[in-house]
Ligand binder design. Structure first.
Ligand code: ATP
Ligand code: BTN
Length: 319
């Protein structure tokens, strides 16, 4: 199956004969295989008499060898998984030793923050979970998700997405639309030795929401912003390098050393916002973040600090 897709990923016509020879089945059996591919990965394949078969939309498939060559971390590449974060936690439970990286072409139960789901169609986006060992106690976790946001922001900018910016705590937006999200999950005791799964989802080549799914907020993808397909293997290599660099800075000097840089890319710096925690909401003006990555708001003339994974920030209507 994978070798068929690899041949078809360029979006050009390929004859039944060529495809049949490549996978060792008869010309007649190819169409059945292609229909199975269409169904499994939600793809559209056109069949034109005399020309052969082609994918309606070209793909940039992930290449395990390229990924291993370009990664400072051991890589496991999966075609389909429920969630790369869930898989990373299972690897940990079965004794895998960090640092390691789980990447998938598709997630069937991708998870977002606060129990939401993350749309994860096959072959288009990035579903990436990096597992690290954390031994320095809470200090090593403070601001970590914001630092991951900075590394991702730099990767997007290097790829030509000049307008990308951050929204506390770790969303990446372009023109008010979400292009990437980050979900950190912990395993173990944060006060002692624990492991952190850094889950990163980036909309790379997604053109439409997956069939039957509604993405409950404005979103965009690199392809939509740039107007052309992005090489996902290259993007991952670049993300690996930025993460390595930023994680080292964070480990050596803490979030305090990156705070100003983070605030400089915070899209809502100075804006009036509503911060929701469950049913409760606080209104205030964004002052920035503190040395632990917590949000600083001016509320009724006083500075207040907020942190925690369940908080959600919205722009105030009249700000
Ligand atoms: P916040 O709560 O910080 O304001 P948020 O509004 O982005 O962030 P989350 O709690 O992070 O919401 O939940 C994930 C959100 O992402 C959901 O609203 C979901 O509809 C949306 N979403 C799901 N898949 C994608 C995707 N591939 N691209 C962009 N957004 C997505
Ligand atoms: C959010 O903004 O709500 C966070 C989205 C995080 C999505 C990524 S995709 C790779 C990893 N595996 C998951 O199940 N979620 C994260």
């Amino acid at each position: 199956m994978q070798s068929l897709l690899r041949l078809l990923q360029d979006g050009q016509f390929h004859s039944g004969e060529e495809l049949g020879a490549a996978v060792g089945v008869s010309r007649a059996a190819i169409w059945k295989r292609l229909q199975a591919l269409e169904a499994e990965f939600d793809l559209q394949i056109h069949k034109v008499r005399g020309r052969g078969y082609r994918l309606e939309t070209p793909l940039s498939l992930l290449n395990g060898d390229l990924l291993s060559d370009s990664s400072p971390f051991a890589v496991t590449l999966l075609q389909q998984v429920d969630s790369t974060n869930a898989e990373a936690l299972r690897h940990l439970a079965s004794g895998a030793v960090p640092p390691f990286l789980i990447i998938a072409e598709q997630q069937t139960a991708g998870r977002g923050r606060r129990g939401r789901s993350w749309a994860s169609p096959f072959g288009e986006n990035l579903y990436y979970s990096l597992v690290l060992r954390v031994s320095g106690g809470m200090r090593q976790l403070e601001g970590l998700s914001l630092v991951v946001g900075l590394a991702l922001l730099q990767t997007l900018r290097d790829a030509g997405i000049a307008d990308a910016g951050l929204k506390w705590p770790n969303d990446l937006l372009v023109g008010g639309r979400k292009i990437a999200g980050i979900l950190l999950e912990l395993s173990g005791d944060p006060a002692d030795v624990c492991h952190v799964v850094i889950g990163i989802g980036v909309n790379i080549n997604m053109r439409v929401a997956p069939q039957g799914e509604v993405i409950g907020q404005p979103w965009t993808s690199m392809r939509q912003v740039l107007g052309s397909q992005v090489d996902r293997n290259q993007f991952i290599a670049s993300l690996n390098a930025q993460l390595e660099r930023y994680l080292q800075l964070h480990q050596a000097h803490g979030f305090a050393s990156l705070r100003e840089q983070w605030e400089g890319s915070h899209l809502w710096q100075g804006r009036m916002v509503e911060l929701a925690a469950g049913a409760q909401a606080v209104h205030g003006r964004v002052l920035g973040v503190d040395d632990t990555g917590a949000l600083r708001l001016e509320v009724d003339g006083q500075e207040k600090v907020f942190s925690g994974g369940e908080l959600s920030l919205r722009l105030h209507d009249d700000s």
